[in-house]
Write a protein that binds this ligand. Structure first.
Ligand code: GDP
Ligand code: GDP
Length: 463
């Protein structure tokens, strides 16, 4: 484990094997590298990954199988590794399996965790299972508070757990001062931006402007620097990386699995797969074309945040506010499925509103990563369903029991209902718009799922 200086903001997941640490680790970090295994007692390496919750960065450590891997803990090198992991923690999350109730191995790890003197939060996992949900109270016996019920596999309660964790991290100076101390931020905190669009709309000009015209950007916006080599740029501490700019200028069409597609579309698809936010560049002088919709569709399907950049605005500026309004309406009509995307009128030639574009990209990325706590979400559900009860295509009366945000990037919500059903598409749209309004999910797609059951009576649970 690292030296004392690295202690700030280290969150350690501890607990006996098979309680769901690895699942929780993947859920929080978004990493897929840690292999989840169902074999009890499987020893894995200690894994670390950068994570963040509501703007607070921390390092997450999964202790894998180090607790409970040995029958003779005092003699075992693995046990020593576990003790070291706990000593280096700023907050310990003791993970338990609610289905099993409190078992002796939990008590051992709990005692070890308490001895460190560092804050401990108890996560009772697998509460999607009724047996677990009913045994949560039992865990107060471990004398650890708070006790947070979660279902790592489904994301239930994970936001509440992170709220509890982050509020117990040591107070620090501003995030900027810390970032400066730590040197360049972790690769994972980079914001990947895809600049996509038809040929000749000005994509290369825009990238060049953003990464090369350093002086102009710097003079307009304090804190802007650039790294021309990799098409990277830093803006107010946010590191932006423009993905896949190399092949931007290849024109024409390609054959791909028997279909002929435009290079722009294929490139867009590749870039958005890697991106947090897609800037869809359209030509203001040319108007919106069918291919613009296909390209934007790729970004939406990939779950990217979207900002629409109406480029070459210098050419149409003279035409006045009426043109401007009409243009935006045309964009909205052609790109209905991306109605959440902000539209900016820019010029890659004159640099007009380029700083504003970057600011929007950063805002959209933040919105896309936002997480709403379950409690807050359920107050939302109560409010919006009171105004408009759910509508489903079927005939049965639908009631939303509760909802939870199971993921972010893009924000993904599960609505648990009394009957297995779908919402009518207009009702989904209503929910999406209200979510956007209430929690500021601007510029990001929102995914909704509907599931039956999930309450304490376990009605109609689907696994
Ligand atoms: P670890 O050994 O503590 O890292 O546990 P894993 O993350 O490998 O999970 C052990 C098993 O529990 C796996 O089969 C997971 O799929 C399962 N599991 C993890 N979280 C949940 C959950 O929230 N609900 C249910 N029902 N199973 C879970
Ligand atoms: P790409 O194919 O999308 O990468 O487009 P380019 O960046 O190569 O630009 C295509 C043409 O449009 C070039 O002749 C650019 O000089 C011109 N262009 C790009 N941006 C602007 C702009 O904001 N205003 C004007 N007037 N011309 C632009």
């Amino acid at each position: 484990m690292g030296a004392q200086s690295g202690r700030d903001g280290r969150v350690v997941l501890a607990g006996r094997p098979n309680v769901g640490k690895s699942t929780l680790f993947n859920r929080i970090t978004g990493a897929r590298r840690a292999i989840v295994t169902a074999a009890p007692g499987t020893t894995r390496d200690v894994l670390r990954h950068a994570a963040e919750w509501l703007g607070t960065p921390f390092e997450l450590v999964d202790t894998g199988g180090v607790f409970g891997a040995s029958t003779d803990p005092l003699q075992d090198a693995v046990a020593v590794q576990g003790a070291r992991a706990l000593d280096a923690a700023s907050v310990i999350v003791l993970v338990t399996d609610g289905r099993d109730g409190v078992v002796p191995a939990d008590e051992q790890v709990a005692a070890q965790a308490r001895r460190t003197g560092c804050p401990v939060v108890l996560a009772v996992n697998k509460i999607d299972d009724r047996r677990a949900a009913e045994r949560v109270e039992e865990f107060h016996r471990l004398a650890i508070a708070p006790v947070v019920p979660v279902a790592a596999e489904h994301g239930l309660g994970v936001g509440d757990l992170l709220d509890a964790v982050v509020s117990r991290l040591p107070r620090r100076r501003g995030a900027m001062a810390r970032a400066a101390d730590a040197g360049p931020p972790h690769e994972a905190t980079d914001l990947a931006v895809a600049i996509i669009g038809r040929p000749n709309v000005g994509k290369s000009s825009l990238v060049n402007l953003l990464v090369r015209e350093e002086r102009m950007l710097v003079s307009e916006v304090a804190g802007t620097t650039r790294d021309a080599v990799d098409a990277r740029l830093t803006w107010h501490g946010h590191r932006l990386r423009m993905v896949d700019t190399a092949g931007m200028r290849r024109p024409g069409r390609v054959a791909r699995s028997g279909r002929i597609e435009s290079v722009s579309l294929v490139m867009a698809r590749r870039a958005v797969a890697e991106a947090d936010v897609a800037v869809v560049v359209v030509d203001a002088a040319d108007g919106i074309a069918r291919q613009d919709a296909a390209i934007t569709g790729e970004a939406e399907r990939a779950g990217c945040g979207i900002v629409i950049a109406a480029n070459k605005w210098d050419l149409v500026k003279e035409r006045g506010p009426h043109f401007s309004k009409r243009f935006d309406e045309d964009v909205r009509a052609a790109l209905r499925f991306a109605e959440f995307a902000p539209i900016l009128h820019i010029s890659a030639l004159t640099g007009e509103r380029a700083p504003k574009l970057i600011a929007r990209v950063v805002e959209v990325a933040a919105a896309r990563a936002r997480h709403v706590a379950t409690g807050e979400l359920n107050r939302f559900v109560e409010r919006v369903t009171r105004r408009h009860p759910p509508v489903s295509p079927g005939r049965r009366k639908v009631r939303i029991k509760y909802a939870t945000q199971v993921g972010s990037r893009p924000p993904t919500f599960v609505f648990f209902t009394n009957v297995a059903t779908q919402f009518h598409f207009s009702y989904e749209r209503y929910l999406r718009n209200r979510l956007r309004e209430s929690f500021g999910f601007e510029g990001t797609p929102i995914r909704l799922r509907v599931r039956a059951g999930g309450d304490s009576r376990g009605a109609g649970r689907r696994r």
